[in-house]
Design a protein around this ligand. Structure first.
Ligand code: ADP
Ligand code: F6P
Length: 480
C-alpha cells in the first residue's frame, strides 16, 4: 500500500469510493461519480472535513495506488473478480440487500459468499488499521462492511469507531433467517456508536443483540463485557441542501428545465421518477397507477407525461436483470395501450446523468413520485424539495421510505395499494398551488435545517464524546 502509514486523523470506509474507474472499450480510463445515496451524502462531508476515504474503485482485478481526487484522499481497495461476484453481487446484494428490505425478493444464502464477505471485510479493516493515526476517528459505512468495526477494534483498540447503516435494519422475524446473524451483530458491536436511519431500526438492533448475543442493554445502550458501552441511535441522513438549491438557481439549469418541458411537448403536468433500477423502489407500482389513470380517462394523455429515469444498477444480479426486463415490457405495454402518435405517456431513460441534469429534471417536474416498497431514507425526495426554491411542486412519497418520517407534508402513499396511489397521484396533480406551497415550504425548511452537515456533526459529536467504562454487572454470557 503506497499510503503513508498512520497519518490519517479521520477515515471513512465504504464499499465504494466516491468515484468509479471506468475503462472504455478503446482502453481510455475515466473516473465517474459512483451511484447511490451514500456517495451523494458523504462526498460533501469529506470535502469539508478532509481525511481519507477507503473504498473499492469499481473495477475488479485491479490494484491502484492511493491518490487525491478533488481534495479528498482516496485509498482504493482491490477486489478480485471472484470477490466481486461473491462478496459484492452475492452476499451484499443478493443476501443482505433483500433480507434488509422486507425480503421483497427472496434472499439467497450461500456459505462461499459468506466466506468471501469475511475475507473482504478483513481487508478493509487492515487498510484502515494501517493508515489511521493513533486515536483517530474511523467511520465505517453500510451493510457491505458490518464486520469491520469488530475486526478493526481487534487490530486497533485505540481508535474511535463509528458505523452507519444507510439501509433499513430488519425486524428480528426476518433477521433471524440469516445463518450468520450472530457474527453480524458481534461485528457491529465493535463500534462505539452504531447509527441507523430510523429509531425503529436501532431498537431492532438492540433487541437482537440482547436476545442473540446475550449482552445487557438499556434503551439505546449495549453494555459489553470489556467495559465498553455501545450506543445505538437514529441519525436520519440528508443532502447538501444549500448546494442543490444553488445549482437549481443557476441560469443554465433554469434554461435546461424549460428545454426539457418543451421537448416533452409542453404538457400541463410533468411527473418524474428518479431511482437506481432496484426492485425496492416500487417502479412497477407507480407506472401501473399512472397508466391506469390515463386508461380510466382521469388524466388526458395530451396533458401529462411521466418521465422515469432509472440508473443502471447491479446489472448482473439475477433479480436486477429480471426487473429490467419487467420494466422494459411494462413501459412498452403502457405506451402501446394508451399512447397516441407523438404522445407517449411515459418517457423512460435507462441512464445516469450529471447533477446539473438531475437538478433541471427536478425543476421541470410538477409532481415528483417516490414510491419505494422499502427504502432506508431516499435522498431523491430531499433533493427534489431542496430544488423547489419557489415553494411550488408536489412530492408524492411512500410511507415505506425513511424520508416519510421527516417529510410529513408530502402526499403520502402506500405503494402496495394501487387504487390508493391513483387517488393520491390525482390529488397531487390537481392540487391548488397554494396548498402545494404550504406543504413545500414546510418540507424545505426541514431539509435546509437538517442538512448533511447537521447529520455528520450530530453523529461525530456523539462518537467522539468521551465515555467512561460502565460498571454494570453483566448477564452470564448467553445468546444463541
Ligand atoms: P439509493 O441510495 O438507494 O440509490 P437514494 O435516493 O438515497 O437511493 O440516492 C440516490 C442518489 O443517486 C441521489 O443522489 C440521486 O440524485 C442519484 N441518482 C439517482 N438516479 C440517478 C440518475 N439516473 N443519474 C444520476 N444520478 C442519479
Ligand atoms: O445505501 C445505498 C447503497 O446501497 C450504497 O451502499 C451503495 O453504494 C449505493 O446504494 C449504490 O449501490 P451499489 O454500490 O451496489 O452500486
Amino acid at each position: 500500500m503506497g499510503m503513508p502509514s498512520g497519518q490519517a486523523e479521520f477515515v471513512v470506509i465504504a464499499n465504494r469510493l466516491p468515484v468509479d474507474r471506468f475503462i472504455a472499450p478503446d482502453g481510455t480510463v475515466t473516473w465517474r461519480t459512483s451511484p447511490g445515496g451514500l456517495v451523494t451524502a458523504l462526498e460533501p462531508v469529506m470535502r469539508r472535513k478532509g481525511g481519507a476515504w477507503i473504498g473499492w474503485h469499481g473495477a475488479p482485478d485491479e490494484t491502484l495506488e492511493p491518490f487525491e481526487h478533488e481534495g479528498i484522499n482516496l485509498v482504493p481497495v482491490p477486489l478480485s473478480e471472484q470477490e466481486f461476484e461473491e462478496y459484492y453481487e452475492g452476499f451484499s446484494n443478493a443476501t443482505l440487500w433483500p433480507l434488509y428490505h422486507d425480503v421483497i425478493a427472496p434472499p439467497e444464502f450461500h456459505r462461499e459468499w459468506w466466506d468471501s464477505y469475511v475475507d473482504v471485510n478483513q481487508r478493509f479493516a487492515a487498510y484502515a488499521s494501517k493508515i489511521a493515526k493513533k486515536g483517530a476517528t474511523v467511520w465505517v459505512q453500510d451493510y457491505q462492511l458490518q464486520l469491520v468495526p469488530s475486526l478493526l477494534r481487534g487490530l486497533r483498540p485505540d481508535l474511535s469507531i463509528g458505523f452507519f447503516l444507510h439501509i433499513p435494519f430488519p425486524p428480528r422475524e426476518l433477521f433471524q433467517q440469516l445463518p450468520w446473524r450472530r457474527q453480524i451483530l458481534e461485528g457491529l458491536t465493535g463500534a462505539d456508536l452504531v447509527g441507523f436511519q430510523l429509531p425503529g431500526a436501532a431498537q431492532n438492533f438492540v433487541r437482537l443483540v440482547r436476545e442473540r448475543v446475550g449482552h445487557k442493554t438499556h434503551r439505546g445502550l449495549i453494555y459489553l463485557p470489556d467495559g465498553r458501552t455501545v450506543v445505538a441511535r437514529a441519525y436520519p441522513i440528508s443532502i447538501d441542501a444549500k448546494a442543490f438549491e444553488e445549482l437549481a438557481r443557476t441560469p443554465g439549469v433554469d434554461a435546461r428545465a424549460k428545454e426539457i418541458r418543451e421537448s416533452l411537448g409542453s404538457p400541463k403536468h410533468v411527473l418524474l421518477g428518479v431511482d437506481r433500477l432496484d426492485y425496492t423502489k416500487g417502479l412497477r407500482q407507480r407506472l401501473r397507477a399512472f397508466g391506469e389513470l390515463i386508461r380510466d380517462g382521469k388524466i388526458d394523455v395530451d396533458d401529462a407525461v411521466f418521465v422515469q429515469v432509472a440508473t443502471p444498477s447491479r446489472e448482473r444480479v439475477s433479480q436486477y436483470r429480471l426487473l429490467r426486463d419487467d420494466i422494459d415490457r411494462l413501459v412498452g405495454r403502457i405506451n402501446g395501450d394508451v399512447g397516441r402518435i407523438g404522445q407517449q405517456p411515459i418517457t423512460y431513460l435507462h441512464a445516469s446523468y450529471p447533477r446539473e441534469e438531475m437538478a433541471a429534471l427536478y425543476r421541470a417536474a410538477d409532481v415528483m413520485v417516490v414510491t419505494p416498497l422499502r427504502d432506508g431514507m431516499n435522498l431523491v425526495a430531499k433533493e427534489y424539495v431542496a430544488c423547489r426554491y419557489d415553494d411550488d411542486g408536489a412530492l408524492v412519497l411512500s410511507e415505506f421510505a425513511g424520508a416519510a418520517a421527516e417529510l410529513r407534508q408530502a402526499y403520502r402513499v402506500n405503494p402496495y395499494d394501487i387504487n390508493g396511489m391513483k387517488a393520491v397521484l390525482l390529488e397531487a396533480i390537481e392540487a391548488d398551488p397554494r396548498e402545494n406551497a404550504r406543504r413545500m415550504k414546510a418540507m424545505r425548511k426541514h431539509v435546509v435545517d437538517h442538512d448533511i452537515d447537521h447529520w455528520a456533526t450530530a453523529f461525530l459529536d456523539e462518537l467522539t464524546s468521551t465515555r467512561e467504562p460502565h460498571d454494570k454487572k453483566l448477564r452470564p454470557s448467553g445468546g444463541s
